[in-house]
Structure formats: C-alpha cells, structure tokens
Design a protein around this ligand. Structure first.
Ligand code: CAA
Length: 291
C-alpha cells in the first residue's frame, strides 16, 4: 500500500519535528494533541524551523509554504483513522501510549501501519495490545528531528517483512538513514547514550567535576556537539530518568540504576530546557549552571 497520509499523535518537541520532516518530504500530515494550545504552538515552531532552513539556504520559500500547507491539525485522535501511517509521539509513559492505541485502533483502516516513537518501551508489548502486531513497529526519531540523520527501526516479535520494508522506504523518502535495532530495552541509541548521561550526573553528584567542567571535558575532549548535561537538559530530565528506569527494570542490572541527583532534579520539576531549569538555568540571557 502506498503511504500518502501520515498521522502524528502528540505535538510536543518530537511530534512537531516529525510532522515537519514528513510535510517537507511531500506527505500530507494530520497532527493531533489533547491540547489545542499545543497544536497552535507546534504550527508556530514548525513555521519557525522551516524558516530557519530557508534562511540557511537549505530549502526555498516555496518549499516552506508547500510544507506548511500539507500539515493539518485536529484535537480528535479518531480523525487519524483515515491516515496510512500513524506515528505515536506522546509522553514517554506506557499507560498513556496504550490508552491512545486503545482509542485509535477501532477507527484505523485495516492496512494502516501503526508505529511508536518510543525511545525505550518494548515494541512487542505495545504491539500486543493492538489488533495489528504484524503491522506495528518502533519508529524512533532523534531530536532535533529536522537536523538528525538517524531513524531507528525496531521490529516487534510479530512485525512482518512488508511493514519493515515499507518503513525503510519511508525513511529513505525523508532523506534520512535507518539503523535496525532488536526489541530490547532502549534499543541502540539510548542503551548507549543514557548510561553516559547518567554517569555524567554521577560525576557531578560525587563532586568529581562541576556542570561546566563535565560539559567542557566531553565537548572539547571527545568532540561531542553538546556536553552530556547540556544534552540531558535538551532531551528532558524526565525522559532521561524514564529511560534509565526502563533499562534498570528491563535488564535487571544495577549498572543502570538512575543517579539519585537525576531523580532529585525531576522531583523538583527542573526538567531542563522545557521548564527553563535543569542542570542549567535558562531564564536569563545565557544558560547558567545550577550547581
Ligand atoms: N529545525 C531545523 N533546523 C534546526 C533545528 C530545528 N529544530 N535546530 C537546529 N537546526 C539547524 C540550524 O539551522 C543549523 O543549520 P546549518 O547547519 O544549516 O547552519 C544547524 O541545525 C545547527 O544549529 P545551530 O547553529 O543553531 O546550533 P549548533 O551548531 O549548536 O547545533 C544541534 C545544534 C544540532 C542541536 C547540535 O548541538 C547537536 O547535534 N546536538 C546533539 C543533539 C543530539 O545528540 N540529539 C540526539 C538526542 S538523543 C535522542 O533524541 C533520542 C532520545 O530518544 C532521547
């Protein structure tokens, strides 16, 4: 089946980036969120990010307008029933994702491919709660979606070859590169990235280095574009903690225990850039370390 229309569930930082790249690649996108305000904000963010690509000469003005005209929004999840491919990009909590699939599945066409942008939750388990485990896959984009080249493709135990091939082709149409991962906790990127971030938080917790020295060490010493604490703020500390818990529970190995300092930041509601405070305070002109 040809994929022409794409439904995106969740208009947060991942959902708006996913809508952006699909619209820019010529797909018709229907974006939904429980918050109408989030939908309005997402359209503004997408317009600004497309504008950034115009001003850097990556795309033309007419490409930007065409992409924007291909994105429609709806507050009704069930409207996505008419799309050919659905990408769930809601909050990284299993109960929320399952509730979305339960509400949406009865409205889907039989041939629609259902995917989740989950960064760590079992694809096989999510798929088993739907009517189409063979047409269900993990479809994991990286943040910022318009810039990052990689998409992780994760097959559940029941995913069929046709679904995998269809998504591989979609990734090529987006001009991105796929890496296939088996369905084990946090797949490839986060299995490796999150323990590094967690170790950076331990390094801070134990007083080995300050926020600035840890980030400078990794930026200048290993050529990472962002230091691990700056990257944690960018991803969201709640997401980092949720992924560490998935690794810890799913692999039952104490080496994945989340750092108590990471938990403390999340308990404080200091979740990183999205709440203007995390390992850095973003409320002023320049980010200031909070420790
Ligand atoms: N939309 C469109 N373009 C964007 C953008 C966005 N949201 N954000 C940045 N850009 C573009 C800029 O316009 C700029 O374009 P040019 O190269 O054409 O000039 C380019 O990206 C670089 O941006 P900036 O100059 O503003 O800033 P920078 O050089 O500091 O780069 C960055 C910003 C790309 C975010 C870089 O710091 C980076 O690569 N950081 C690491 C990101 C990373 O590791 N992401 C993965 C996180 S893990 C994940 O996502 C998985 C998960 O499940 C948690």
């Amino acid at each position: 089946m040809a994929i022409e229309t794409v439904g995106v569930v969740g208009a947060g930082q991942m959902g708006n980036g996913i809508a952006h790249v699909f619209a820019a690649a010529g797909y018709d996108v229907l974006l939904t969120d429980i918050s109408e305000e989030a939908l309005e904000r997402a359209l503004e963010v997408i317009a600004a990010n497309l504008g950034r690509q115009v001003s850097r000469g990556k795309i033309g003005e007419e490409d930007r307008n065409a992409a924007l005209s291909r994105i429609a929004t709806t507050p009704k999840l069930t409207d996505l029933g008419r799309t050919d491919l659905v990408i769930e990009a809601a909050t990284e909590r299993e109960t929320i994702k399952q509730a979305i699939f339960e509400d949406l599945v009865p409205h889907l066409k039989p041939e629609t491919i259902l995917t989740s942008n989950t960064s760590s939750i079992s694809i096989t388990r999510l798929a088993s709660r739907t009517d189409r485990p063979e047409k269900f896959m993990g479809f994991h984009f990286m943040n910022p979606v318009p810039v990052m080249q990689l998409v992780e493709l994760i097959r559940g135990i029941a995913t069929d070859d046709a679904t995998y091939s269809a998504l591989k082709e979609v990734v090529e149409n987006l001009g991105k590169t796929a890496a296939s991962a088996e369905d084990f906790p946090a797949f490839i990127v986060n299995r490796i990235l999150m323990p590094m971030i967690n170790e950076a938080v331990y390094t801070l917790y134990e007083g080995v280095g300050s926020v600035s020295s840890i980030d400078s060490a990794m930026k200048l010493g290993t050529n990472h574009p962002m230091g691990p604490l700056e990257l944690a703020d960018f991803i969201g500390l709640d997401t980092c903690l949720a992924i560490m818990n998935v690794l810890h529970d799913g692999l039952a190995d104490t080496k994945y225990r989340p750092c108590p300092l990471l938990t403390k930041y999340v308990e404080a509601g200091w979740l990183g850039r999205k709440t203007e405070r995390g390992f850095y305070d973003y409320r002023g002109e320049v980010p200031v370390p909070t420790r």
